[in-house]
Design a protein around this ligand. Structure first.
Ligand code: DX5
Ligand code: ZN
Length: 220
């Protein structure tokens, strides 16, 4: 599939999100951070906002659930129009059942790991997933500093995907910028979330193109 850039709208202007998503036409996806003020200490969008965003952009929506009880709550986001739904393994009782349910609904199923959660216990789940998200900050807020300590986990995850012969995408989220994206790409990531890097840039779409070029150069 190659390198994909998925800007997070968490750092966009919430008072005019329709316009904000139309400023990133070169992106592959729009990353939508759903937070419930329980799993993380921040509160953002629900399914109604996801449904509204589908009408504001032609880009597919990559919904990142940072909420408790993903088992019960995730399906509503597929119904709202998400093309990919990521649940945190730390907030899911039955990740295999949930991944199968999301796929059966017609969306891509993705599982996220917080920085302190290892990949090894979940190795056998990889064939059930369309994407694995390795968080590179503690989830909850945009604009945090990239955690280099997550790089070995990206490498391990990529090795395990090769071992299992799966096509699972490997996403990184948190502190991804022109300064850090090469390290992630070299470690094996291929889908890059960038929030503040994109929306604090004067020209967000130019930043999307620069990030893509940097990641492609690092892997060529
Ligand atoms: C953090 C969110 C991220 C956030 C990334 O919990 O999951 O998607 O928006 O923002 P930056 O790129 O600024 O770290
Ligand atoms: Zn996110």
């Amino acid at each position: 599939m190659g390198i994909q850039i998925t800007p997070s709208i968490l750092n966009a202007d919430f008072s005019r999100l329709g316009e904000e998503v139309r400023r990133i036409g070169s992106a592959d996806w729009v990353h939508v951070d759903v937070m419930d003020n329980h799993f993380v200490p921040n509160l953002t969008f629900g399914p109604t906002m996801v449904e509204a965003l589908t009408r504001a952009t032609d880009l597919p929506l990559d919904v990142h659930l940072m909420i408790e009880d993903c088992d019960s709550n995730a399906p509503a986001y597929v119904e709202a129009g998400a093309s990919s739904v990521t649940f945190h393994v730390e907030a899911t009782r039955a990740p295999i059942r949930l991944a199968r349910e999301i796929r059966a609904q017609g969306a891509r199923a993705s599982m996220a790991l917080k920085p302190a959660t290892p990949i090894e216990p979940y190795e056998a789940l990889l064939p059930e997933l369309d994407m694995l998200l390795v968080m590179t900050v503690e989830p909850g807020f945009g604009g945090q500093k990239f955690l280099d300590l997550c790089l070995p986990k990206i490498r391990t995850a990529r090795d395990l995907m090769r071992k299992h012969g799966v096509e699972t995408w490997l996403q990184v989220d948190g502190g991804v910028s022109l300064e850090t994206i090469e390290r992630c790409a070299e470690a094996g990531a291929d889908v890059f979330v960038a929030g503040s890097a994109v929306y604090s840039a004067e020209d967000p779409d130019a930043m999307v193109r620069e990030l893509r070029a940097r990641a492609e150069a690092a892997t060529s």
